[in-house]
Design a protein around this ligand. Structure first.
Ligand code: FCB
Length: 443
């Protein structure tokens, strides 16, 4: 597929791809790794649509050298991966498991040898099960455990990781994992999940301090954002939009950028101890933005437990996940962040952007994914428009390098630039891989 020429980006702009540990590594029991909440959840009947688990996933743990070669072939300057906490600390506390850290050291050194910057996320949802048994993120102590884990990782890799990301999408971990029970650990607390927000943010702030003590590399957090589109124009619709925006877009960013918590249902101020907001507001060097789609909101029916109702966003093409393809939402979001936070906003890197389609090999074994090319072309252009409008955006990472295990959707959603045949673990670069290299990265 050909697209109109892609725009130029400032020199030094970071092009990358993202993955996460439980979604690709497999090797669930290897080298002393302990169980995480996702092992427990995936092995519970009925939780994952195709009944699969991440036990093997893409077997990246054993095939990482092949995957690093794919990254090098793509020409990207950065690779965002996550470190599995239960590989480093099998029960979430105590001394590091040297074999677990050894894997990430081999990966990081392999990336550096190929000229690819390692960008490490410390928590992409795979909490050690032993910590969950002690209350998980509902327990304030988990924030301290997280900082101890950050210290162990930084002690070993602090001289080589080029950008640290503390948490991935704490909003999704709170809402899907603890509010609605569709992700691990499967709790259904609705608005009583607020402690999970506060303790993740506290863990983030404590981890920032731990990382700074060991490493001079920049530190970030990767938040999920979804700009609100109103599906009605009454005052009640507008109030519903404000409520949803506070929950999804501001709960984890206002306090990080020193503005304290917005008004959200369930916020229990008794949890917030003196000094917590200062810890949380420790300056970060980069704001990671994960964007997939806007959310369409209208006023809730009377008697609803929620102060808003989410309705399908119409007027856009849709991915195989049934998510609307709305690159204008990414541009709007980047401008909104700049307008909302002004000078408090650090430079942004788009740490996830991508789409699922039902890609498979044709008779010649080639995988053509023109929809993904169109999707990425639109979103890359949206970033360029935001830069032209004065927003400082310094990087863009595609989700994902490989087709992988998509949480509650199991193996049914393919997000990769590279197709994976899960029966053989054969990797086949899709047409979007060559397009991204030749038209966007232009190494
Ligand atoms: C994000 C997650 C990532 C992946 C994509 C599709 O919310 O951070 O792991 O599942 O969605």
């Amino acid at each position: 597929m050909t697209t109109a020429p892609m725009p130029d980006f400032p020199s030094g702009f970071r092009w990358g791809v993202s993955t996460s540990a439980y979604q690709i590594e497999g090797a669930a029991g290897a080298d002393g790794r302990g169980p995480s909440i996702w092992d427990t959840f995936a092995h519970s009947p009925g939780r994952i649509v195709d009944g699969s688990t991440g036990d093997e996933a893409c077997d990246h743990y054993h095939r990482y050298a092949e995957d690093v070669a794919l990254l090098a072939g793509l020409g990207v300057s950065a690779y965002r991966f996550s470190i599995a906490w239960p590989r480093v600390q099998p029960t979430g506390t105590g001394a590091a498991n040297p074999a677990g850290l050894g894997f990430y050291e081999r990966l990081v050194d392999g990336l550096l040898d190929r000229g690819v910057d390692p960008v490490a996320t410390l928590f992409h949802w795979d909490l050690p099960q032993a910590l969950e048994d002690a209350g998980g993120w509902l327990n304030r102590g988990t924030a301290d455990r997280f900082a101890e884990y950050a210290d162990l990782v930084a002690a070993r890799l602090g001289d080589r990781v080029k950008l640290w990301i503390t948490l991935n999408e704490p909003f999704i971990h709170m809402s899907l994992g603890h509010g609605m029970g569709v992700h691990a650990p499967g709790r259904m607390l609705l608005f009583d999940a607020f402690p999970v927000a506060h303790h993740q943010l506290l863990g983030h702030g404590l981890a920032v301090a731990a990382l700074r003590a060991r490493s001079t590399s920049p530190v970030a957090i990767a938040n999920n954002y979804s700009p609100v589109r109103l599906a009605g124009d009454t005052d009640a619709d507008r109030a519903a939009g404000v409520a949803y925006d506070a929950l999804h877009n501001r709960l984890f960013t206002d306090p990080l950028l020193g503005q304290g918590y917005p008004e959200v249902p369930g916020l229990d101020s008794a949890l917030i101890r003196a000094g917590d907001l200062d810890v949380i507001a420790a300056p970060v060097d980069v704001l990671g933005v994960n964007y997939y789609n806007p959310t369409s909101i209208r006023a809730a029916e009377e008697g609803s437990p929620l102060p808003f109702e989410i309705v399908p966003l119409t007027g856009y093409p849709r991915t195989a996940f049934d998510w609307p393809v709305a690159p204008d939402g990414l541009r709007d979001l980047l401008l909104q962040l700049r307008d909302r936070y002004g000078d408090r906003l650090p430079p942004i890197q788009v740490t996830e952007s991508g789409c699922a389609y039902d890609d498979g090999p044709d008779a010649d074994g080639r995988v053509h994914d023109p929809e993904r090319i169109a999707y990425l072309a639109g979103h890359v252009r949206a970033v360029r428009e935001a830069i032209d409008a004065g927003v400082e955006v310094t990087g863009y990472f595609v989700w994902s390098l490989l087709d992988n295990w998509e949480w509650a959707e199991g193996f049914t959603k393919r997000f990769g630039l590279v197709h994976v045949d899960y029966a053989t673990q054969r990797r086949t670069p899709k047409s979007s891989y060559a397009w991204f290299r030749d038209q966007v990265v232009r190494p």
